[in-house]
Design a protein around this ligand. Sequence first.
Ligand SMILES: CC(C)(COP(=O)(O)OP(=O)(O)OC[C@H]1O[C@@H](n2cnc3c(N)ncnc32)[C@H](O)[C@@H]1OP(=O)(O)O)[C@@H](O)C(=O)NCCC(=O)NCCS
Length: 182
Amino acid sequence: MHYPITERLALRPWQDQDAEVFHRLTSDAQITTWLLPLSRSESEALFARVRERLAHERWGVPALVKRDQPEQVLGFVGIQPAALEPVLPAGTLELLWRLLPEHWHQGYVTEMARALVAASFSAADAPHELVAFTVPANRASQAVMQRLGMQRDPTGDFIHPRVPADQPQLRQHLLYRLPRPV
Ligand SMILES: CC(C)(COP(=O)(O)OP(=O)(O)OC[C@H]1O[C@@H](n2cnc3c(N)ncnc32)[C@H](O)[C@@H]1OP(=O)(O)O)[C@@H](O)C(=O)NCCC(=O)NCCS
């Protein structure tokens, strides 16, 4: 995967010593208010899968860092196959992001997501669109989508097939789309 850099930020592969911060990103109560939190073993398994995909596949979810402090992970910004068939067609690519709370409200995710979108749409094998989705209550994530110029598509809203029925507040998802510029 091609890693863009911005004025303040860079993306890099995950390293062994990032396992703890990755676990925080997948389990911290504030970060996962609108997500399913993972146990330590689930987080370790996902960390391994994310690293494996980054190493071998076209799209992936790298660590977000400051250019001048590349060892310290702020969160992640990436693109991955949504893998939500039949809710979304096979091959649909999803933009996703997560930041440690001490780095919220500084524009980091929007800055890197913009660069990632630009890089992916200018690639030779550019997708025809990128999507993003979240629960209605996750206003911070929808604000990022809107800052990126994504448009909500109410006809695409869906019940997330992997969210258990006993978590009704996490099931309904709003779909935002970003077509490749012509
Ligand atoms: C979703 C999430 C990544 C958004 O983080 P964020 O810090 O609000 O988003 P950005 O990095 O784009 O920053 C935007 C904020 O920085 C401010 N900002 C400061 N400097 C800025 C700059 N140079 N450029 C742009 N925005 C700037 C903006 O005004 C905005 O402030 P606000 O939040 O008070 O409105 C974060 O809330 C998060 O990690 N949540 C938990 C995980 C999650 O829900 N992930 C998404 C799942 S779908």
